[in-house]
Design a protein around this ligand. Structure first.
Ligand code: NAD
Length: 476
């Protein structure tokens, strides 16, 4: 293929159309910047799709399937108490996947429409940074290499699953997290390497659909990044649901044979063997920087491939920014990438609106959900902070009873002297929705008394937050 250099100039080129990239491109365009966005995502059928991992093989795909799985589980287990009879309940997994794919297609189309509405030039191509002003474009249809120029370049190429040499992916028996959201049948017995967020979210889906699900986690501590009281509660709830959580279990080999996978793992008792129908590898993700920049571009990466950035998402190259999963400025979560996308776009347009990384909410989309913001009890105690803690069980709210989902607690940690809220931790149905109130309260430097004096509609799940705050009033 001959190299054809077509020079087109933009104010901003965004590489990647995941949540970080598409949000950034749209914000740039809204601020009057001539913007291009390049993305190379192709689905299994070779069709392009916007939205990156988050939409196609991550959060959205996962929560869409979890909703189906929850309905199926509910039909099988909770209908009778409602006085509703249903017989011959079955799953058509192909239709379930189709619904999920339809959601992805519709949301991808919305991004494409938004690009059109904002006059953003969208290219289905591989983009490679050549220097601080130029990007090489190789269209996915191989229609000829070209070059684009811009005053500013935003790198937002996301991340992909880390391969484990002890469990080579064949995507038939030993599968990655993307394939785990595209299975054609419910496995009878399933093992998952890694009880991180991805492992737990996938486990929740397949367990709710009836698969015997075993999580093998190398760490001894469960959900170490979460508040440990909530993690303990999560462990209890998941275990009662039938999830098998084996902690301190490091997988050392996985071999397929006779349509099964034999997994070998080590724990403090020695080496064990497990035979399963499918093995999902969910052992972490790595930034997509392998082919992102030409060597001559001299883009600075760390030893794990993360792009080196300052607190303003600026790389070592003037006018080149990196956002989302590419950097270590915060965890790999979609809304961190979105915030950085908006932040960088506004920076380029001369607006300064720094991100408060301390108040980035975290969510684990399992059933029930886990969500938190701010600091954990163990973290604050380790710092020697003087704190007070208020908890409130969801089963003390009328709404949870009405919905027959009474598992879970809300926990508020406030400073013992100033009463400032330092952390809010929730496990329970719709924790991901409830946490928004806590984030807003903390963003406005609320005290627990502020929350306690805020009128909450009754009966709602949010009343549990109110209840936890009330237990803190006049407490030292
Ligand atoms: P992770 O690093 O959070 O968890 C992977 C786990 O695998 C680790 O606990 C690790 O100890 C374990 N592990 C690795 N090798 C192992 C082995 N040989 N045997 C047993 N256990 C082993 O990674 P993840 O869950 O894949 O998620 C990747 C990133 O994506 C994270 O930053 C996560 O927060 C993010 N993410 C977030 C969301 C969300 O916000 N809802 C959803 C999906 C992913």
């Amino acid at each position: 293929m001959s190299k054809k250099h077509v020079q087109t100039s933009f104010d901003v080129i965004v590489i990647g159309a995941g949540p970080a990239g598409y949000s950034s491109a749209i914000r740039c365009a809204q601020l009057g910047l001539k913007t291009a966005c390049i993305d190379n995502w192709c689905n299994k059928k070779g069709l392009v799709s916007l939205g990156g991992t988050y939409l196609n093989a991550g959060c959205v795909a996962s929560i869409a399937l979890l909703e189906s799985a929850k309905i199926y589980h509910s039909l099988n287990h909770n209908l009778k108490e409602h006085g509703i009879q249903a017989e011959a309940i079955s799953v058509d997994i192909a239709l379930m996947m189709q619904r999920k794919n339809n959601i992805i297609d519709a949301l991808s189309q919305q991004i494409a429409d938004s690009f059109v509405d904002h006059n953003i030039t969208y290219m289905k191509a591989e983009a490679r940074l050549l220097n601080d002003r130029q990007v090489e474009i190789t269209p996915l249809d191989q229609s000829g290499v070209s070059m684009l120029e811009a005053k500013h370049i935003i790198l937002a190429s996301g991340s992909s699953p880390i391969d484990l040499s002890c469990a080579p992916i064949d995507n038939e028996f030993i599968i990655d997290s993307t394939m785990a959201l595209n299975l054609g049948a419910i496995p009878k017995r399933l093992a998952i390497i890694g009880a991180g967020v991805i492992g737990l979210e996938l486990a929740s889906i397949w367990n709710r659909l009836g698969a015997e699900t075993i999580l093998l986690e190398a760490q001894e501590t469960f959900l170490s990044m979460a508040d440990q009281q909530i993690a303990l509660e999560a462990y209890r709830i998941y275990t009662e649901q039938g999830l098998e959580l084996r902690l301190g279990a490091r997988v050392i080999s996985a071999k397929k044979g006779n349509k099964k996978v034999t997994v070998e793992y080590q724990d403090s008792d020695g080496t064990h063997t497990l035979r399963v129908d499918k093995l999902i590898v969910a052992s972490g993700r790595k930034p997509n920087t392998e082919n992102l920049a030409a060597a001559e571009a001299n883009l600075l990466l760390d030893e794990n491939g993360y792009v080196h950035v300052d607190e303003n998402c600026r790389t070592n190259l003037p006018g080149v920014y990196a956002i989302g999963d590419l950097t270590l400025l915060g965890p790999m979560i979609a809304h961190k990438g979105i915030e950085e996308g908006l932040f960088v776009a506004e920076q380029i347009a001369g607006i300064r609106n720094p991100i408060n990384y301390d108040l980035l909410p975290s969510v684990v989309f399992t059933d029930p959900e886990i969500a938190w913001v701010g600091q954990t009890e163990q973290g604050l105690r380790a710092m020697g902070e003087s704190i007070k803690i208020g908890t409130f069980p969801l089963n003390a709210t009328a709404r949870a009873h009405a919905m027959s989902q009474t598992e879970g607690i809300v926990k508020i940690i406030a400073h013992a002297d100033t009463d400032a809220i330092l952390g809010v931790h929730i496990i329970g149905m719709q924790a991901s929705e409830m946490i928004a109130e806590a984030v807003l309260a903390m963003e406005f430097s609320a005290s627990s008394e502020d929350l306690a004096r805020t009128i909450h509609a009754h009966p709602t799940l949010a009343k549990a937050l109110h209840g936890a705050a009330l237990t803190l009033t006049n407490k030292t």
